[in-house]
Design a protein around this ligand. Structure first.
Ligand SMILES: NC(=O)c1ccc[n+]([C@@H]2O[C@H](COP(=O)([O-])OP(=O)(O)OC[C@H]3O[C@@H](n4cnc5c(N)ncnc54)[C@H](O)[C@@H]3O)[C@@H](O)[C@H]2O)c1
Ligand SMILES: [Fe+2]
Length: 384
């Protein structure tokens, strides 16, 4: 077995109402000028006003940049970085989903390094950690609050690219399920399926290890028992709490293991057709798992059991099929599209999609079953 390691935020404050501790958390960093990076949807949901007021009451000067677009591209992140350079800050707080948190993480790093965003995309190393970061997720999905990744869209390549460095790992997280009660059902469903995908992929990944096994199986249990409840009743704080923890554990899985072919095939769908990250993953998940289960049925039986399915009397293969059926059922119950038809993707687009996905070797190399271009094509072809 190869070596494995776990990197995670130094401090995580969790539970309903944990946002109230923000002034105490920020005081621990001994800072007086902070930058909040967020987005318009989060601002409209009223999720920035209260933490900002609490910080200001404690004597902290707060600047808010709430113009992160959903799934930002390189140029948009550069514009936010330019705005962040107008003043000097001592702490960056990301409040939002993966989009705002990924931008907050990369901006914090770029504010403290003599390297450009373009250089980072071209794999230049990050020399120093960024200025300190505090992440406050408002979706239960990406787990970005606990990953060393920032994902950006590169329009000219029609692909999403992950910048990965231990220096991107946030310093601190406030994990308050109350920040997600207003998340609309459709985003609850898609972001929750992203979190479930992280756990399932990291569990079955070639990079899977005892740390990812621990977090993945727990994440699968928490998400499977609560995602429908959170989707149906956003005010169900117990379900929201399960989802937040499940998403955090999914992020911790990414930090020690790796996602695999679902994420690799999702990147060109986001890059070319701007399909939301969680939706692309949710649609691909059962199809890629049906491909991956061959030769890996035992792991899929573990997942079926973590999902709470009654598979004890079944063979590993039958349990794996039951697990895949239940992924289809989850998508159906939460009105997630079953295929890519509504995006008008045709056979003529397959070459571009296949070439885009095949480039994501960072993830494909970890897929439990080798996947060549013909395999990738066959999976996309089932969805159009
Ligand atoms: N860093 C990582 O490890 C990692 C992992 C997976 C995905 N990602 C990236 O994260 C991004 C997706 O993040 P996401 O799925 O969290 O979506 P998102 O951050 O784009 O948010 C989706 C929408 O939900 C709104 N929203 C967020 N919280 C809300 C709330 N509480 N109430 C009402 N509206 C709210 C936002 O305004 C936005 O319009 C993608 O770019 C993806 O590639 C990163
Ligand atoms: Fe993801």
């Amino acid at each position: 077995m190869s070596l494995y390691s776990l990197l995670c935020p130094a401090r995580i404050i969790a539970g309903p109402g944990s946002i109230e501790s923000i002034a105490e958390v920020v005081a621990d960093f001994s800072v007086s000028r902070v930058l909040i990076i967020s987005d318009q949807g989060v601002a409209r949901a009223g999720l920035i006003d209260h933490p900002k007021a609490v910080l200001e009451k404690a004597g902290v000067t707060v600047t808010v940049l709430d113009n992160t677009p959903p799934e930002p591209d390189v140029g948009q992140v550069q514009a936010i970085l330019n705005a962040a350079r107008q003043q000097s800050y001592e702490l960056v707080i990301g409040i939002g989903g993966g989009s705002a948190m990924d931008v907050a993480k990369i901006v914090a790093v770029l504010l403290n390094n003599d390297v450009s965003l373009r250089d980072l995309l071209n794999k230049a190393p990050i020399v120093r950690r960024g200025i300190p970061t505090l992440m406050i997720p408002t979706t239960a999905g990406t787990g970005s609050e606990a990953t060393p990744n920032s994902i950006l869209l590169v329009p000219e390549d029609e692909l999403k690219i992950g910048i990965v460095s231990a220096k991107l790992m946030p310093d601190c997280v406030i994990l308050d399920p109350k920040m997600t009660v207003g998340l609309p059902p459709a985003i609850t469903a898609s972001t929750g399926m992203d979190a479930l995908t992280h756990a399932i992929e990291c569990y079955t990944s070639k990079k899977g290890n005892p740390f990812s096994e621990l977090f993945a199986l727990k994440a699968i249990t928490l998400i499977s028992r609560s995602i429908r409840r959170a989707f149906t009743n956003g005010n169900d704080l117990v379900a929201r709490h399960d989802m937040m923890l499940g998403a955090l554990y999914g992020g911790m899985c990414i930090a020690t293991s790796s996602t695999t072919a679902v994420h690799a095939l999702a990147y060109p769908l986001g890059g070319k057709y701007r399909i939301a990250h969680g939706i692309s993953n949710a649609i691909l998940l059962p199809y890629v798992m049906r491909f991956n289960m061959v030769g890996n049925a035992d792991k899929f039986r573990d997942i079926a059991m973590a999902m709470g399915l009654d598979v004890l009397s079944l063979t590993a293969e039958s349990a794996a099929h039951a697990m895949i059926d239940s992924l289809f059922a989850l998508n159906r119950d939460m009105a997630i599209p079953a295929d890519l038809k509504r995006w008008n993707i045709t056979a003529a687009n397959l070459d571009t999609l296949v070439d885009g996905a095949a480039k994501v070797t960072r993830l494909l190399d970890n897929n439990p079953r080798p996947m060549n271009k013909n395999d990738i094509r066959a999976i996309y072809a089932q969805l159009i």
